[in-house]
Design a protein around this ligand. Structure first.
Ligand code: GDP
Length: 433
């Protein structure tokens, strides 16, 4: 597969963790290319649950090089804790490499995130308040602290002082917060530097060496295409680019290094926090799907918004990312519905119908899904391992999706466990294998 990108094709939480984990088995390296510890992958292995926030999913495979790329923003406190926890559970993390160019989340980023959301009140974006947006903002303002800065006390202190200065006004309410003391912050981050030093590397070069030798590198995205800061439902988006194109920027490789692009989508949709969701349902069906799919935030426990599969949005994501394959997860969650609906077009305010994802925020905010009804199925899918094990209606559902979006389905999820999948035949899967 030499260069394969896996991205979320919806609003995040699609089950990328499991798909990436399965693909990582065949990869020589896994590189995360954007986001921070606002992402949380859940991987279930031999009955054990691993929640990864910053670690690339390949970390559970011995011998796989696991890279945190330059496009990721790192909270070193969270990373060192995650490393410790994995070590405690007997996972070998010797394959971890951290880009020297990745930016660091600093204590003031967390405070600014809290303050920013509080100030927006009802208009809040619904960020995870982990400092990720403010960290990317500092990166763009050329005030960021990078991983490599951790290794030089003088430079680190100078850069922190320079980054703090322009924020003094907004940080005034926290003037007495001990986390903002320049000296202790510098010391705290130097300690992180010592702990991380052996893992810091020129990670682009590591990826090039593998790619040039014809080895396989998996680029792992966080969140989803519709949360992309440029192409998603702005401003209700994340502060980075989860689209496949960003794999090049966030890992330091070229477009020619990417050969396959997998989009992961649930068999329905969910969204956390505010922003448009044209196919949202808000009745008993919502509760049913939420319960069957365990659609509650991993860290907050917040109920996720749910809806029917939005094929208009999925087709948009497929084109935006030039997807070569789709992985459809959580098909099992739809079992027991008499009929399954798929959104094939939107209806706007003045009754206008359209079949494309609108670029204009106001149009999108008022768009409501129009549906095709397909027959449902009652069977439990947990034991299906091949396409022919699936009930006819479930197979037809998948065919409808694939034909509408114009992308072959390579993998279908029928349960949370790592073996609860169907590898659908098809060229892409064969190429990957
Ligand atoms: P990610 O951030 O995209 O990796 O998504 P998460 O890992 O946070 O959320 C996906 C959740 O769905 C996890 O709890 C997975 O164990 C679970 N999951 C993944 N695939 C399937 C599936 O096919 N069926 C069911 N029922 N659960 C799944």
């Amino acid at each position: 597969m030499p260069g394969l990108v896996v991205i979320g094709a919806q609003w995040g939480d699609e089950g990328k963790g499991k798909v990436t984990d399965l693909l990582a088995e065949r990869a020589d390296a896994v590189v995360r290319f954007q986001g921070g510890n606002n992402a949380g992958h859940t991987i279930i292995r031999d009955g054990e649950t691993f929640k990864l926030h910053l670690m690339p999913s390949g970390i559970l495979h011995r011998g796989t090089l696991c890279v945190i790329g330059n496009g990721v923003v790192i909270d070193p406190g969270v990373l060192t804790e995650e490393m410790e926890e994995l070590r405690r559970r007997g996972v070998d993390i010797g394959g971890l490499r951290i880009s020297a160019n990745a930016h660091l989340i600093m204590p003031y980023h967390l405070l600014l995130d809290h303050a920013g959301e509080a100030k927006l009140g009802k208009l809040e974006i619904g960020t995870t308040r982990r400092g990720i947006g403010p960290c990317y903002a500092d990166k763009a303002a050329r005030l960021g602290i990078r991983v490599q800065d951790l290794l030089d006390e003088k430079i680190l202190k100078k850069k922190i002082a320079a980054a703090l200065y322009p924020k003094q006004l907004s940080l005034r309410p926290f003037a007495k917060d001990p986390r903002l003391d320049l000296q202790s912050m510098t010391e705290e981050y130097l300690v992180y530097g010592h702990r991380l030093e052996q893992y810091i590397a020129d990670t682009s070069k590591l990826a090039w060496e593998l790619l040039d030798a014809g080895r396989s590198v998996l680029f792992e995205g966080a969140q989803g295409a519709l949360l992309d800061i440029d192409h998603g439902t702005y401003p209700f988006v994340t502060s980075s680019n989860p689209v496949a194109g960003a794999a090049c920027v966030g890992a330091g490789v070229g477009p020619g290094d990417i050969h396959d692009i997998w989009g992961v989508a649930k068999a329905y949709v969910t969204r956390v926090g505010a922003g448009p969701l044209p196919t949202e349902v808000d009745d008993e069906l919502a509760d049913e799907l939420r319960t069957a799919g365990g659609e509650f935030g991993t860290t907050t426990g917040r109920a996720r918004r749910v809806g029917w599969l939005d094929l208009v949005a999925l087709r948009y994501a497929a084109r935006l990312n030039t997807m070569t394959a789709l992985a459809i997860t959580k098909l099992d969650v739809l079992s027991g519905q008499d009929k399954v609906l798929v959104c094939t077009r939107y209806r706007g305010t003045d009754d206008a119908e359209f079949d494309h994802f609108p670029y204009h925020q106001s149009v999108l905010h008022h768009a409501r899904g129009e549906y095709e009804e397909l027959p449902g199925w009652t069977e439990d899918l947990g034991d299906c391992r091949t396409e022919s094990d699936l009930p006819t209606a479930a197979r037809e559902y998948l065919t409808y999706i694939s034909e509408f979006v114009g992308v072959p389905i390579a993998l279908v999820g029928v349960g949370p466990g790592r073996d609860e999948v169907i590898w659908a035949g098809g060229d892409v899967h064969r190429a990957a294998a």
